[in-house]
Design a protein around this ligand. Structure first.
Ligand code: IPE
Ligand code: IPE
Ligand code: MG
Length: 247
C-alpha cells in the first residue's frame, strides 16, 4: 500500500487549482453594530443581508459549494437574549429566503448538530433542504450548532459502533473512513477558508477539512462583506500555490 492510498488528500504536485469549495467564518457582526452605537441584533440583521449577497455572488462566480459558519457549538455560551435573537433571525431567514434560494437554483446542506435546535427550526431546516434538494447550482452548507471537535467525536462514535457490531475491522480504518463519516462527506474538498473581522483563528471550524485549505483573514466586518470582497478573496486564492506536501 502506498501511504497516499489511505488518504483523501489530492496527490502532491503544485500549481494553481480550481476553486470548488469556499467556507466563511462570518465574524464581526457585534463590532459592526458597536461602531454604529446599535444593539448587537442590528449587526446580526445586517450580517443576514451579507449572507444573501454572498450566496448570490458565489453562484454567479461559479463556486460549487459555499459553507457558512452561522452558529458554533460554543456560541451557546452567549447570553440567552442574544441566542434567542439569533434563533429568531434564523427562523425569519428560512421563511423569507427559501423561495429566493430556489429561484437561484441553490441546494442546501446542513452541517453540525442542528437537530438540537428548537423543533420548529429543525422542521423549517428539513423542509428548506428538501424543497431545494433537486437544484443543481451552488450548494450552500449552513454550519449550525457546528463544532469540528463535536463533528469528529460523532464520527468516532459511529465508527466505534460499526467496529463493535463487526461491520468494520479497526485495522482497516483510514483517513478516508473518517472523512466519509464527517458532516461534510457530500461536499467537494475544501479549498479556501475566509475569516472576516481581523481575527486569525479557526474557532473550531472545519479543522479536519482545512488540512490543506488556503486560509485568508480579512479585516472586513461580516456585514460589510459583498460581491467585491468575495471577488478579491478569490483573486487572492488564485495567487496561492498549493503543494499538498509535494513539490
Ligand atoms: C459573528 O459575529 C456572528 C456569530 C458568531 C453568530 P459576532 O457576534 O461574533 O461579532 P463580534 O465578533 O462580537 O464582532
Ligand atoms: C465563530 O465566531 C463562530 C461563527 C462565526 C458562527 P465567534 O465570534 O464565535 O468566535 P470567537 O469566540 O471569537 O473565537
Ligand atoms: Mg465574533
Amino acid at each position: 500500500m502506498s501511504p497516499a492510498s489511505a488518504s483523501p488528500l489530492p496527490a502532491g504536485g503544485g500549481g494553481a487549482a480550481a476553486l470548488r469549495h469556499v467556507a466563511i467564518i462570518m465574524d464581526g457582526n457585534g463590532r459592526w453594530a458597536k461602531r454604529r452605537l446599535l444593539p448587537r441584533i442590528a449587526g446580526h440583521r445586517a450580517g443576514m443581508e451579507a449572507v444573501r449577497k454572498t450566496i448570490r455572488a458565489a453562484g454567479e462566480l461559479g463556486v460549487e459549494a459555499l459553507t457558512l459558519y452561522a452558529f458554533s457549538s460554543e456560541n451557546w455560551r452567549r447570553p440567552a437574549s442574544e441566542i434567542a435573537d439569533l434563533m429568531g433571525l434564523l427562523r425569519f431567514y428560512l421563511r423569507r429566503e427559501v423561495a429566493e434560494l430556489d429561484r437561484n437554483n441553490v441546494r442546501l446542506e446542513l452541517i453540525g448538530d442542528w437537530r438540537a435546535f428548537e423543533p420548529d427550526i429543525v422542521a423549517d431546516l428539513e423542509s428548506a433542504r428538501s424543497r431545494l434538494a433537486g437544484n443543481s447550482g451552488l450548494t450552500v452548507a449552513l454550519a449550525l450548532n457546528y463544532g469540528s471537535q463535536d463533528e469528529l467525536a460523532r464520527a468516532v462514535r459511529a465508527i466505534a459502533a460499526d467496529a463493535q457490531a463487526g461491520r468494520i475491522d479497526p485495522a482497516a480504518i483510514t483517513a478516508t473512513t473518517i472523512e466519509q463519516r464527517l458532516d461534510t462527506a457530500g461536499l467537494p474538498p475544501l479549498d479556501l477558508v475566509i475569516r472576516t473581522s481581523g481575527e486569525e483563528r479557526l474557532s473550531n471550524f472545519l479543522l479536519w477539512q482545512s488540512a490543506y485549505a488556503e486560509l485568508l483573514f480579512v479585516d472586513t466586518l461580516w456585514p460589510d462583506f459583498d460581491q467585491a470582497a468575495l471577488e478579491s478573496a478569490i483573486a487572492a486564492f488564485a495567487r496561492r500555490e498549493r503543494r499538498y506536501g509535494g513539490r
